[in-house]
Design a protein around this ligand. Structure first.
Ligand SMILES: [Zn+2]
Length: 373
């Protein structure tokens, strides 16, 4: 299991110069690859290495190799796109020969064109758990104010959880989430904060001054951080519940426009995408799984008798036209999600990746009859 530790370094002239040099060297490689239609690291080394050493004698040779590999990967990733060019201020990569990271003492040791130097860095408390993990690679970037460091660390995959129950989670607008154990996570608080920011935004936009624009930006940052904090807390709570897997609707596979306005709004909402990715992250740390299930008819199907009809759902209320089962509409949907998730979970006794269900197979399994209406 790999995790990324993001750190901030004070801006440093030498590091800035190093980034530019590295990217120039990467671009020399990119140009050569494109002109000669080759991605052979060996060819590149033989033809360019000496020339580059001559031109940049102080640039560390191990970093030339990093830049070369970086260039080759970029071209592999975009299928030799002729427009490829690395931006001179884009982030650069160090490998184990060119860096050492001491998370516990907050020190980075980097090989640069001005020698092997140590840089102090502040490591936030929540990264403490990675102190014993193995450092795999390091990325160094810059923005207007700081140097940004991303350290990739690797630790053991946690033992698989022994729980076999699956919690269904229905994400929605009225309720942020409804859980198949009957719990409702209301979105009242989110809506209140969103309204507050929308109001402030409107006021600032009408002013249109430069100061107002700056404030608008800060506002956007605050709103983002609020949502991120909310998602962190909620997913942390969910992951700690005694379930072996969490089932959520897979909204990616659905073609747009198929489920109407509300559904599309849900799908495009980044807060839900963030929720899923945080949940995945936190579940994985506990040896649990996130299952993505087909969202078709989850809100129209009766969790009791599996009968599907549009008329079953009337706003907040679910009322089965066949067996008379009555429930909160979102809770009913979350129970369908849980049941579909359980099927996937048991079919795939050993799952190590989120699994996307096949709707046709599901129909066969449940012997569902869709109402003609
Ligand atoms: Zn029913």
């Amino acid at each position: 299991m790999q995790r990324t530790v993001s750190l901030v370094l004070e801006k440093n002239k030498d590091l800035y110069a190093l980034i530019i040099l590295y990217n120039r060297i990467a671009n020399v490689h990119i140009q050569y690859c494109l002109e000669n239609q080759t991605l052979s690291k060996n060819d590149l080394h033989h033809l360019l290495y000496k020339e580059i050493r001559k031109k940049y004698p102080k640039f560390p040779s191990a970093l030339i190799q990093c830049a070369r590999d970086h260039a080759v990967e970029m071209l592999k990733g975009n299928k030799m796109n002729v427009q490829t060019k690395k931006r001179l201020d884009s982030s650069i990569r160090f490998d184990r020969r060119t860096m050492k990271v001491f998370l516990e003492s907050g020190t980075l040791q980097l090989t640069t064109h001005v020698g092997r130097n140590k840089y102090p860095v502040k490591v936030p408390v929540h990264f403490q758990k990675y102190f014993s993990w193995e450092v795999k690679s390091l990325n160094l970037g810059i923005n207007k104010k700081h140097c940004l460091v991303k350290v990739v660390v690797e630790g053991k995959v946690p033992e698989q959880s022994r729980c076999s129950e699956v919690l269904g989670i229905d994400l929605g607008l009225r309720n942020f989430a409804a859980l198949s154990d009957g719990q409702i996570i209301p979105s009242k608080e989110i809506n209140r904060v969103k309204r507050k920011y929308a109001h402030l935004r409107k006021e600032l936009q009408s002013k249109g001054t430069r100061a107002a624009k700056q404030k608008l930006q800060a506002l956007a940052g605050r709103e983002r951080r609020f949502m991120s904090g909310w998602n962190h807390n909620l997913t942390k709570y969910l992951a700690s519940l005694p379930y072996g897997a969490f089932a959520v609707e897979d909204l990616k596979g659905i073609r747009s426009g198929r489920k109407g306005k509300v559904f599309n709004r849900r799908r495009s909402n980044w807060a839900y995408a963030q929720f899923r990715s945080y949940l995945q992250y936190k579940a994985e740390e506990q040896g649990k799984f996130v299952l993505l299930i087909d969202p078709k008819y989850t809100s129209q199907q009766c969790k009791n008798c599996l009968y599907i009809a549009k008329e079953n759902r009337k706003g907040k209320i679910f009322h089965c036209q066949k067996c008379n089962y009555i429930s909160d509409a979102d809770t009913n949907a979350s129970k369908n999600i849980s049941r579909r998730g359980s099927k996937i979970f048991f079919e795939q006794a050993v799952v190590n990746q989120p699994y996307i269900s096949n709707y046709e197979a599901l129909l066969r399994l449940e012997k569902i009859h869709i109402s003609a209406a």
